[in-house]
Design a protein around this ligand. Structure first.
Ligand SMILES: [Zn+2]
Length: 282
């Protein structure tokens, strides 16, 4: 089974120096949108999609604003669908998409894979379908599910994964995955745990954004985090950054030889995976 670690969007976000630890106070920090493409016995599995082709070619006014906020260059070559094609596959070969959450930088590419089964946690699905407040109405964009995806909505049924609650395992032959709720960033935000031949890859989405936060030996916050805390608090969901970090650190301390961790936006982690030295292993 082969894994491809994709950067589906180079972001340059204000405050990124405090969130993802790159750049400086005076510049927007470069980050990534780290998606994982896995070749399985049941076609391709994509963990998060990044923004979609239409988000760049014909963005709605709100998506135009999201793109500007993230500082994305609107480079269609960075979309997952363009990268899938460059790897020699057709979009139809993506049979499964597992979502950490439904923000545009994680789910905007769904319309590019209209035939894929879309795996989502039931709490997140509820937020998308029945937003309960102005924030949810604002961030979940209907154009990203207007094509009526083949939803696979997963709920907790008593299963456990290394001490975390998780949804029942989805079997894709030699590999399998489960959704592990890490709520806060959105109400149904999950990590996606992918079983590999020698262990697990745990894509934590936006449950943390800086690798130092989950360092089991010497945890450290990005420089200037304190300085930006009021700004994060102002934009709601970022309040929760760091809440899961202690559990993820403990997970790495106990099972670091079996579990590789990554989040969605830290370029340091993506580079490590691409260099073949995954940060969560050992
Ligand atoms: Zn994100």
């Amino acid at each position: 089974m082969r894994l491809h670690h994709l950067n589906c969007g180079t972001i340059r976000v204000f405050g990124g120096v405090a969130m993802i630890g790159t750049g400086s106070l005076r510049t927007r920090a470069p980050g990534v949108i780290h998606c994982v493409l896995a070749e399985t016995d049941d076609g391709l599995l994509l963990i998060d999609t990044g923004p979609g082709a239409r988000d760049y070619a014909a963005p709605t006014p709100l998506n135009r604003w999201f793109i500007a906020l993230a500082g994305l260059p609107r480079d269609s070559e960075e979309t997952a669908v363009a990268q899938v094609r460059r790897l020699g596959y057709a979009p139809e070969d993506v049979r499964h998409i597992a979502l950490t959450h439904f923000h545009f930088d994680h789910a905007g590419g769904l319309p590019d894979f209209p035939g894929a089964k879309v795996h989502i946690f039931d709490e997140e699905y509820a937020g998308v379908m029945r937003p309960r407040d102005i924030y949810e109405r604002f961030v979940y964009r209907p154009e990203h599910w207007a094509h009526r995806p083949d939803w696979a909505v997963h709920a907790l049924a008593g299963d456990r994964w290394f001490g975390f609650d998780c949804t029942p395992l989805v079997d894709l032959g030699a590999t399998a995955f489960t959704l592990v709720p890490l709520p806060g960033h959105t109400r149904g935000h999950c990590g996606v745990a992918l079983r590999l031949p020698g262990g697990w890859l745990f894509h934590c989405g936006d449950a943390y954004t800086f690798h130092g936060d989950v360092d089991p030996d010497r945890p450290f916050r990005p420089p200037y985090y304190r300085l930006f805390r009021p700004y994060f608090a102002m934009i709601g969901p970022f309040r929760k950054i760091g809440e899961h970090a202690p559990r993820l650190r403990a997970l790495r301390r106990a099972h670091g030889d079996a579990i590789q961790l990554t989040n969605a936006h830290d370029p340091h982690e993506l580079e490590k995976f691409r260099a073949g030295e995954p940060p969560g292993a050992g």
